[in-house]
Write a protein that binds this ligand. Sequence first.
Ligand code: 6GU
Length: 216
Amino acid sequence: MSVHDLRSWTHDRHRTVDDTPYGGGPGMVMKPEPWGEALDAVAPPTAEATPRLVVPTPSGRPFTQAMAAEYAARPWLVFACGRYEGIDRRVYDEAATRMPVDEVSLGDFVLAGGEVAVLVMIEAISRLVPGVLGNRESVTDDSFAPGAMESLLEGPVYTKPPVWRERAVPDVLLSGHHGAIARWRRDEALRRTAAHRPELLARLDPAALDKHDRKV
Ligand code: 6GU
């Protein structure tokens, strides 16, 4: 993993990376020349491998767990962090002639730059790379992991002691009755999903619901 400063591919005294937008409007746009030189240096496709260029932007496709898993399987990812109002469109178009280019968003809000968004993506991706996380099982149980409770949010979890500040752990979790525990966990996951993400419930495969689910 390496990090680069775009300004190292500028040639003027002020190391300029932005300019005013053609057509007018607020803010500044990132100039194509430093980006072109930077990508030539950092993301040169070779006979062995082609990098995938990932550009964080609020106008991108939503970043999902499925994308994190896909990226975790890639040999070479290059993240291009923009600032200001964005990068000159020709940079994307020219890069796309040599490598896949994904514009990716973390959600419906605006960050000042892509750097923090990329830290978030790198954390989501790297924990899916075998050997990065200690316990593989904690990956597969996640909310949003494909197949894990069919994309329900995770319900509450408890550990010892059994009573803390007069609050008891739900009896069922101490019962040793694995069927009842699985049922309780699924109910709690359904309840939490209904409360926080009703649109996820609407997307559930009806075939994945069992007759007990309908009562929750
Ligand atoms: Cl990926 N980048 C920026 N700059 N803002 C964002 C974002 C990304 N996702 C949501 N807002």
